[in-house]
Design a protein around this ligand. Sequence first.
Ligand code: BG6
Ligand code: MG
Length: 229
Amino acid sequence: MTTKGFIFDLDGVIVDTAKYHYMAWKELANSLGIAFSEAQNEQLKGVSRVDSLKKILTWGQVTLSYQEFADWMTAKNDGYLSYIDQMDEREILPGVVDLLSSIRSKGHAIALGSASKNARLILEKVGLISFFDCIVDGTNLTKAKPDPEVFLTGSKGLGVPPNSCVVFEDAAAGIKAANAANMISIGIGKKEFLFEADIVLSGMDQVNESLLELLIQSVSKESFNQYQF
Ligand code: BG6
Ligand code: MG
């Protein structure tokens, strides 16, 4: 049997931290007198901290000095970390532990593919770090999603070729990255945002044993897409 590589985004896929990023960005935007909607937040999912702040400033037509920009970046992360500090395993999203355990028990490889610089801290806090054979995060990336670098680095780290990898993502930018890497892309969230994914599920608890078997048996993205869901 070929070993498959299962690559997971972190925020909004493994843990319910997408809401904390939203809250911290909203506080920052409002302090700068910029309105910030949930639809705008959707465009920040999967986007690095620095690019997220640039987008918010563009939306609000606000210009900052280099130092002010750096200070707001720190303020955002401090706000975010104050939420993360309270986190424990109760914030692991439903279905995640069963899925990771099942992949492990079947002998397949697991990687993290996240833009976050806080990824290791969060995986440790919720007690999941030992599931991961390879961690790619915001500390070892040069190009942000939708560039495929994050997932290609994960595939290399696992020693599994890209067309034998499956990506779980809640961000449109991440789905584009997975597709560009020629990996099966599983969108977690709403079809209206994730329509480019090979399949969209409302949550990780929708990945049942029969879908997992199908993912394991599919020899490529193309062969997976022969199935009608
Ligand atoms: C991504 C999130 O996983 O990580 C983004 O979807 C976030 O919202 C990005 O901006 C960077 O995270 P961090 O923790 O390094 O600020
Ligand atoms: Mg995410």
